[in-house]
Design a protein around this ligand. Sequence first.
Ligand code: ARG
Length: 289
Amino acid sequence: MNLKKAFTLTLALAMAASLGACGGSTSSESSSQPASSEAASSEAASSEAASSEAASTETGSLAKIKEAGKIVMCTNLAFPPFEYIGSDGKGAGVDIDISQEIAKDLGVELEIVDMNFDLIIDSLKAGKADFSAAGMTVKPERLEQVDFSTEYVTSAQYVIVQAGSEITTDNLDGLTIGVQESTTGDIYATDEIQAKEVMRYKSGVDAGAALAAGKLDAVIIDQLPAESIAANSNGKLEVLPEALTEESYAIAVKKGNQELLDAINATLERLISEGKIDEYVTKHMTEAA
Ligand code: ARG
């Protein structure tokens, strides 16, 4: 029934948008007339005008977001300190705080949709969410599918083991390794290690629990989630000191949604320059439990 409602709403919005577009093109026609008659031979000027007009009618997403009064962010709430379910049962974390600021700067409400990490890119492509803040590492193969914002955190893959384990980062071959499905940890374990088996979990937290229960030899996951999982394991788990990779996180949007990306980048750059991201990390490393 929700779907039906959403569909009706989308239809109403589409109609409103097409009405808006009609009005818009009339006024832009008349305003572009002096420029085109003045510089009739300037191909560059007229094609620039045409492409910016096409972009604003095609995506129109900022206008739609503002009209709906909300922006939809999809993530996977099992990746502390970046995203987790807080003590009030709601989404919390560094990426949630950043997303709240993006919504605030746009003057709209934030709606969070929790899903498996491996579904995020398809959800953006299908327009089911406006953006994703999910501690997502910028990778060339992902850049073919979505557009990324300014990078806001640097990270790396680390190895979690049982406390006191003999395992080192040099002898990961032959082990049963747990990862979160479709993450860069999964890609590393699959491509760079001759593991006995790679066990793919729906969340990093689940992989950590399986390791603590003795079902795995090691878990490969991003740095701060590794530290957070170990810190919350009652001393059962520890993180090996060496990093396996170098990575950076960015926010993802549907390919070509430059207007929204510009708005997201403006908020990110403000937060970075105000030192807010570091503040969020410190806060959620203590709060995520
Ligand atoms: N940085 C890793 C990747 O991009 C893991 C991200 C997992 N994020 C999450 N919210 N579960 O593949």
